[in-house]
Each structure stands twice: as structure tokens, then as C-alpha cells.
Design a protein around this ligand. Structure first.
Ligand code: PMP
Length: 411
């Protein structure tokens, strides 16, 4: 590619010769005259994961108008698919036009008003992010902090709820930066006792680890499209229950974001009971088509089968990693996230060299830590379409090869 680009650059004088008659001063970039190149990779990191041909094909269907009645039908299907995936009857269910961060911001911006108190559990990067988002919009942010891999007992959470009296409590179900699946039972009841909304992030866990929005009394739940759902990145399912709707639709101030204002989004998704859906923004049509297909695959497979399958493949992977002499970062099996496994960086190795070796020689992506877990872990994700024992074998073979060939830097 470098050589072709250099050759193309040599042809630029022919363009400069025409400059006197042209009104444009910036030439077409040489790279744009080359075909698009995308490598085939095993995406065995924490996401995005590989997208099955059926979902890619759905995203490649013709574009239709985002306000056409066929699109409304597709959006209605998506709502039903999310209700199934989340196990909720919430009417206020939709998909954000944006990645997981869009859903995080939408939740915080809509239910919290400036000056209100928010409690955020921070045991990895996602709590840090939500704390920052809430702080930026003017909330009074309180944090409950543990090192990556740590989790919060219900007693600790109750104490903090009683002390800070927040309007919102944030918890990450699948902490992908640490590989932890946080227990959820009982937290919804505590939040009700202290008149607080429970916001849960399931970007990395939805479809991979059991989560029941209504039964577990989660008030707001969101996920992303690109993990176990295996759709392309860029859409993010979210759902609000009646308690959350009551808070967000009885605000004194407007949410800071126009794009994420649920008054508009609920109309765009046909959730506000009004006869007409008005233009608010142009939704990512191809992204929605792909999301619909990925939710259809989950519905066909069945949630419980999907949870079981992720657990079985994760256990197979964990055993293989231990057989290679590696240590798993989360010691307690019951707290391990089945979709994203964290490995303690093996003694003496430079983690970046191991990852670079696997990309170069195996076309296989794993990643390092994120935020506070950087330098602590290597992360392997086998999610949805990628979740199979044969892919676990590929990941183990690549790691074993990297461990043999990368030099040990320290004794
Ligand atoms: N929460 C968790 C648990 C995640 O794993 C991620 C993505 N890695 C996000 C939120 C943010 O999602 P996105 O990158 O799609 O904005």
C-alpha cells in the first residue's frame, strides 16, 4: 500500500497543472484513490467481536427512509427483541443511535438534574466514566471505590445509599476492564428502600451472563450492539421502567443534550403515545437493520441457552489457560464474566509484545487492560458468534505460541 501511495503521489503534478482552472485548493487525497482494505481478524478481545454473515448481510440491505412505515415496523421489532434480551415489559425501551457511551449519557442526562446526588460504584473504568459524565452535567457525584476485580457487598451499598441519599446508583454488571460479573440480587430492593434509581451497565454481559431487568428491579438498563449481540458497533439498547420514566418526565430543567433527550427519543421510537412520530434525528438505518438481525438470532437461540453456552465455553477457556500455566485475574469462578476473561500478565513478559505477536502471526486480537487495569491484565473475549470451543482452542494456541516466542524481559 505504501508503494502504491508513493506512486500515486508522483502523479500529483498533473493535478497541479490544472490548478489555475480549479477552485479547489486541496487535492483529492491519494489514499482515497485506492480500494478499501479491511483485514480478516479473529476479534477475541473485549469487543467489537466478529459479526456473523447473516447480521452483516442485514446491514447491507437497502437503505429506507428512517421515517418510513417499514422502518417503524423494524424499530418495533427491535423494541420487542430488546424487551426479550433484557427480560422486561418496559414500554420505554429503544435503541440509541450511538455506542454504549450514548446509552450511558442518555441515562444520566435524563434522570439526573444538576445539583442532585449520584452514587457511582467504581471497580474499573466504567464507573470512572459514569462518574465523569455525571460530574460534567453538574451532579454531585459520590463514589464507592474498589481496585479492579473488586466487588461491592449489599451492606456496603446500603451504607453508601443511606449516607449520600442519591437519586441514582450506578453499577456495572459485566466489568469488562477487570473481567468481573457483579452480583445484582437485592440491590434493586435497596435502591427502592432509599428511593433511588438503579442504573446497570450490561454492555459486556448481555446475552452472556444471566440478567433479568424486571425481576432484579433494575430501573434503567443499557447494553451495546458489538459484544455478545454480534452486531456492528454504533447502536445501544436501553430501557427505562415506570419509576425512571416518572423521574425523567417530571424534571424542572431540560436535559443538557438535545440528541439524547428522552422526550424526543420516546416520540421517535413511538413510545410516548402520541399519534405521530416526528423528525428528531436521522437514525442509523443500516445499524438498526443489523441490530434487529442480531436480536433475532438471540431470540432463536434462547437467552438461557446463550447464557449456558457462554459459561461452558468460558470454563473450557479458563481450564486451557490454567493448563498453560497462566493465572486468572478473578479468583472466584462465580464472579468471572463469561464473555471477557482476564489473565494476570505472566511474570517477566511485556504484555504489549504478546498482543502484537498474536496479531502478527495469528491475525488474532486480544487486548490489555483499560483504565485502572492497564498493565494488570490481558483480556480474551469469546462472545456470541465467537463463543465456541474451537475459537477457545485458537486463542489458547496463539497465546501459547506468543509465550514461547516473545522474550522474557524480566527474571
Ligand atoms: N460499558 C462496558 C462494560 C463496556 O465494556 C463498554 C465497551 N467496551 C462500554 C460500556 C462502552 O461502550 P462503547 O465503546 O460502545 O461506547
Amino acid at each position: 500500500r505504501g508503494a502504491v501511495l508513493a506512486a500515486l503521489d508522483l502523479s500529483l503534478p498533473s493535478w497541479t497543472a490544472q490548478r489555475s482552472v480549479s477552485s479547489v485548493t486541496i487535492p483529492p487525497p491519494a489514499c482515497m484513490l485506492l480500494p478499501l482494505e479491511v483485514p480478516n481478524r479473529y476479534l477475541f478481545g473485549p469487543g467489537p467481536s466478529n459479526v456473523p454473515p447473516r447480521v452483516l448481510a442485514a446491514g447491507g440491505r437497502p437503505i429506507i427512509g428512517h421515517l418510513h412505515h417499514e422502518m417503524y415496523e423494524i424499530m418495533n421489532d427491535i423494541k420487542k427483541g430488546i424487551q426479550y434480551a433484557f427480560q422486561t415489559n418496559n414500554h420505554m425501551t429503544l435503541a440509541m443511535s450511538g455506542s454504549g457511551h450514548a446509552a450511558m449519557e442518555c441515562a444520566v442526562f435524563n434522570v439526573v438534574e444538576p445539583g442532585e446526588s449520584v452514587l457511582v460504584s467504581v471497580n474499573g473504568v466504567w464507573g470512572e466514566r459514569v462518574a465523569e459524565i455525571a460530574e460534567r452535567m453538574g451532579a454531585k457525584v459520590h463514589t464507592l471505590v474498589k481496585a479492579p476485580g473488586g466487588y461491592f457487598t449489599n451492606e456496603e451499598i446500603e451504607k453508601a445509599l443511606a449516607k449520600h441519599k442519591p437519586v441514582l446508583f450506578f453499577l456495572t454488571h459485566g466489568e469488562s476492564s477487570a473481567g468481573l460479573a457483579h452480583p445484582i440480587d437485592g440491590i434493586g430492593d435497596l435502591c427502592r428502600k432509599y428511593d433511588c434509581l438503579l442504573l446497570v451497565d450490561s454492555v459486556a454481559s448481555l446475552g452472556a451472563a444471566p440478567l433479568l431487568m424486571d425481576q432484579q428491579k433494575i430501573d434503567i438498563l443499557y447494553t451495546g450492539s458489538q459484544k455478545a449481540l454480534n452486531a456492528p458497533p454504533g447502536t445501544a439498547p436501553i430501557s427505562f421502567n415506570d419509576r425512571a420514566c416518572h423521574k425523567m418526565f417530571n424534571r424542572k430543567t431540560k436535559p443538557v443534550s438535545y440528541l439524547f433527550d428522552m422526550t424526543h427519543l420516546s416520540n421517535y421510537w413511538g413510545n410516548d403515545g402520541k399519534p405521530a412520530r416526528d423528525y428528531h434525528h436521522t437514525g442509523p438505518v443500516s445499524g438498526f437493520l443489523a441490530l434487529r438481525e442480531s436480536l433475532a438470532i438471540l431470540a432463536e437461540k434462547g437467552l438461557e441457552n446463550s447464557w449456558r453456552h457462554h459459561k461452558e465455553v468460558a470454563e473450557y477457556l479458563w481450564k486451557g489457560l490454567e493448563d498453560l500455566g497462566l493465572k486468572l485475574f478473578i479468583k472466584d469462578k462465580d464472579l468471572r464474566l463469561p464473555s471477557v476473561t482476564t489473565i494476570t500478565i505472566p511474570d517477566g513478559y511485556e504484555w504489549k509484545e504478546l498482543l502484537a505477536y498474536m496479531i502478527k502471526h495469528h491475525q488474532l486480537e486480544m487486548t490489555g487492560g483499560l483504565g485502572p487495569s492497564i498493565g494488570m491484565v490481558i483480556r480474551v473475549g469469546l462472545m456470541g458468534y465467537n463463543c465456541s470451543t474451537s475459537n477457545a482452542d485458537k486463542a489458547l494456541a496463539a497465546l501459547s505460541d506468543a509465550l514461547k516466542h516473545c522474550p522474557k524481559r524480566k527474571a
